[in-house]
Ligand binder design. Structure first.
Ligand code: URA
Length: 433
């Protein structure tokens, strides 16, 4: 086969065959396909799009470019994926809740990307935790505890690793077809029976408009089902941070509060909705409302926190973390309130601005591979629609230095709009699939 032939087909809006896409994906993984060819492939796919059939074929080809896990466990193997947002720490809460409900959750997660945080960075804010484990350990933790949140082993979906790096420097990240194949090739390599997708929409999401978010959700759901994994998506609001915190250790603190003293919150509402749909997809429950009750009991009966503690200890973190998490999480040098500059109603909380505020404090990366500071970020962030008086705290900021705190305060205030009224939309916007 010849890479030029596959690229020419995409260029001329003909569909490459499954065999050609498999060959191309293997070439991406082995280096047999050059960077120039990978870039041309990505651009042709980006400009001309792929049919549903070709998207499924590319996803399967990329999944099969490396190891694909198979399981023999006494329960359903399921997972959740979020397209990313601000204060979105749902995975840390949902994985142990699902495990406590009898499922197995081999959760391969990512690091922060652009203005959004990443589950692995959050988990590693807990002292000692290392998420880079080998496949045997990943399997053992999933089998013994019910959930494991880890980074992808280098031999899982290696074609995606290569193509993603090429897309990053060729302005082809935005293609819905390539995003779909990228996300799903990694998730499906974990050998899932069912998957729920949380596709974010709004100012803090990658897809800001509902139209774009819906197109991505539909592409992901159709492709994952076409590839043999029972999948649905919820489109959820990201016009304000999901949790009242943005920053790695600060979001872990929110999770620990939810696990140890659960109270109604936007975070718990989204987590229960995603988890309930997933338990129904997997055939563990047959009614989402009953499934949500069952999941919520895993918080109140202490089972989810027990599983979380065991997973943290297995990943190298402290034993019984939930017993003294307040003492163990890293604290920033400068902690202070950000005061409202005027009275009114919180009418806008630009997620991208808040996320970039965290990145610039050192809580995210401006370049790949940078070390991050887990202690920094914003906590106690107000919600849309809240009435504030002048001088009232809008959030607390946690920074490394006074200089960084001043820049972070400015970034936050620029991200907040105080007006006369607010009209926050629904938290769960739509279901796809
Ligand atoms: N996340 C991924 O894993 N891949 C993409 O292409 C975009 C987001």
């Amino acid at each position: 086969m010849d890479a030029r032939r596959v690229i020419a087909k995409l260029r001329d809006r003909e569909e490459p065959s499954q065999a050609e896409l498999s060959w191309f994906a293997r070439g991406l993984a082995s280096g047999g396909v050059t960077d120039a060819q990978a870039g041309a492939f990505a651009m042709a796919a980006c400009l001309n799009g792929l049919s549903e059939e070709a998207r499924v074929a590319l996803t399967l080809a990329m999944r099969d470019s490396g190891d694909v896990l198979t399981w023999d466990l006494p329960g359903a193997v399921i997972d959740k994926h979020s397209t990313g947002g601000i204060g979105d720490c749902t995975s840390l809460l949902l994985a142990p809740m699902l495990a406590a409900a009898g499922a197995y959750v081999p959760m391969i997660s990512g690091r922060g990307l652009g203005h959004t945080g990443g589950t692995l960075d959050k988990l590693e804010a807990i002292p000692g935790v290392v998420t880079d484990v080998d496949e045997a350990r990943f399997r053992a933790i999933t089998r013994d505890i019910g959930c494991a949140i880890v980074s992808a082993a280098s031999d899982m979906a290696p074609a995606d690793k290569r193509l993603y790096a090429v897309r990053d420097v060729t302005s082809t990240v935005e293609s819905v077809d390539l995003i779909t194949a990228s996300i799903l090739s990694k998730k499906l390599a974990a050998g899932l029976e069912a998957l729920i997708l949380d596709v974010k929409t709004g100012s803090g999401a990658f897809m800001v408009s509902l139209e774009d978010s819906t197109a991505l959700a539909e592409s992901l759901v159709k492709t994952a089902n076409g590839a043999g994994c029972k999948t649905a998506a919820l489109i959820t609001d990201m016009d304000q941070p999901l949790a009242p915190a943005a920053g790695n250790a600060l979001e872990v603190a929110v999770i620990m509060e939810a696990l140890t003293a659960p109270k109604n919150s936007r975070l718990i509402e989204v987590t229960l909705a995603l988890g309930a749909e997933l338990l129904v997809l997997a055939g563990i429950e047959n009614d989402p409302e009953k499934a949500a009750v069952k999941l919520s009991e895993t918080l109140t009966n202490g089972k989810a926190v027990e599983i979380f503690d065991r997973m943290i200890a297995e990943l190298g973190g402290p034993k019984d973390f939930s017993g003294d998490w307040q003492r163990r999480l890293p604290e920033a040098n400068v902690i202070r309130e950000i005061a409202a500059p005027e009275a009114g109603v919180v009418a806008g909380l630009d997620g991208r601005g808040i996320g970039m505020g965290v990145v610039h404090m050192g809580g995210g990366r401006l370049k790949g591979g940078e070390r991050i500071d887990p202690s920094v970020g914003y906590s106690e962030i107000v919600e849309l629609g809240e009435k504030v008086v002048k001088g009232q705290p809008l959030a607390r900021l946690h920074a490394r230095s006074e200089r960084s705190a001043q820049a972070a305060e400015k970034a936050f205030l620029e991200a907040v709009t105080i007006g006369d009224a607010a009209s926050p939309g629904p938290l769960i916007v739509a279901k796809v699939g």
